[in-house]
Design a protein around this ligand. Structure first.
Ligand code: GLV
Ligand code: GLV
Length: 322
């Protein structure tokens, strides 16, 4: 029997497939595991199913002497030291594709609710401060026909661009590599450098992974390059944005607003952020749709099973080990 450790209770019943040939231990508490607990519990495990909030660093991987696979219940994997895993030839798996549409939908939910002040309206209405229709009540900015700037044009960035077709937007994008011409044409995406994107976009939406190259990609200078009417959307990873600089830019009306699903020191917020009226804040829920989260479990289960049976998992972030 193999030993499998899962750091949080997961939705659906897919884990039962593993129970047929593995001892599956699910961390019983309704909270994220600490590094110390992770170190202790990874020992003797053949597979680790980790969450994006778990620090699966070199020390944890070292403590998991028997590890044959690490499957992260997320598309992003910046919480894992992939180099350390690869040195031990441990496959690292993630959950791309199944969460693309849910994540793109949510980036749009943040974009729309920030532009049209949905949360402020909700607070006003439910607290009894709605005293009747008024010509200048909670004026926001229009979305239709505006310019959308997408930073990071992978699956999710492209799915966000696809939705912009219905809003007749001009869509600019910046990415490490240019997309094939056919994709650009189909999704009406125009490749530009970062400065052009920041200067011309009414909405800037982040869809890049967190890497040493993208840490603080959006800082004080980049925010200053944006239009004073622009809105920043971050559903990628908190540290892609210098959150302290963002708070200052929002306070000084350097940009109009921000819709954020991720934070630099998640779950903590930088001082001042929660007091700002022109932000919409979400608790890292872009992929949190029932169907999506169930499919994500099925995906990590399939990949763990494959790795334990000596086969190549379908969703590998370090394919070079094979
Ligand atoms: C969520 O942030 C993910 O990476 O899946
Ligand atoms: C990665 O974040 C993707 O676009 O799927």
């Amino acid at each position: 029997m193999f030993n499998v450790y899962v750091t949080r209770k997961l939705p659906g019943s897919a884990l039962d497939q593993l129970r047929a040939f593995c001892n599956v231990t699910v961390q019983p508490e309704d909270r994220n595991i600490t590094k110390a607990e992770l170190l202790q519990n990874v020992a003797g495990q053949d597979a680790l199913m980790s969450m994006l909030s778990d620090p699966v660093d070199a020390e944890v991987i070292e403590a998991g002497k028997q590890l044959k696979v690490i499957a992260n219940y997320a598309v992003g994997f910046n919480n894992i030291d992939v180099v350390a895993a690869s040195q031990r030839k441990i496959p690292v798996c993630n959950t791309p594709d199944v969460l693309t549409n849910a994540s793109a939908d949510f980036a749009w939910a943040l974009l729309m609710s920030t532009a049209r002040r949905v949360i402020e309206g909700d607070i006003m209405t439910r607290s009894g401060q709605f005293k009747g229709w008024a010509p200048e009540l909670l004026l926001g900015v229009e979305v239709y026909g505006k310019t959308l700037g997408i930073i990071g044009a992978g699956r999710i960035g492209q799915a966000v661009a696809k939705r912009a077709l219905g809003f007749d937007m001009r869509t600019l994008y910046h990415n490490r590599t240019r997309l094939p011409h056919t994709v650009e044409e189909k999704l009406n995406m125009e490749y530009v450098d970062l400065q052009t994107l920041l200067r011309q976009s009414d909405f800037v939406s982040l869809h890049c992974p967190l890497t040493p190259d993208t840490r603080y990609l959006i800082g004080q200078e980049e925010l200053a390059s944006m239009k004073s009417t622009a809105i920043l959307i971050n559903t990628a990873r908190g540290p892609v944005v210098d959150e302290t600089a963002l708070v200052a830019a929002l306070k000084d009306n350097i940009i109009y607003g921000a819709g954020l699903d991720v934070f630099e020191d998640e779950p903590a917020l930088k001082p001042g952020l929660a007091e700002l009226p022109n932000v919409v804040l979400a608790p890292h829920i872009a992929s949190a749709a029932v169907e999506t989260r169930v499919k994500m479990v099925e995906m990590v289960v399939r990949d763990v099973q494959a790795a334990l049976e000596g086969r190549r998992p379908a969703n590998l972030v370090n394919p070079e080990i094979y």
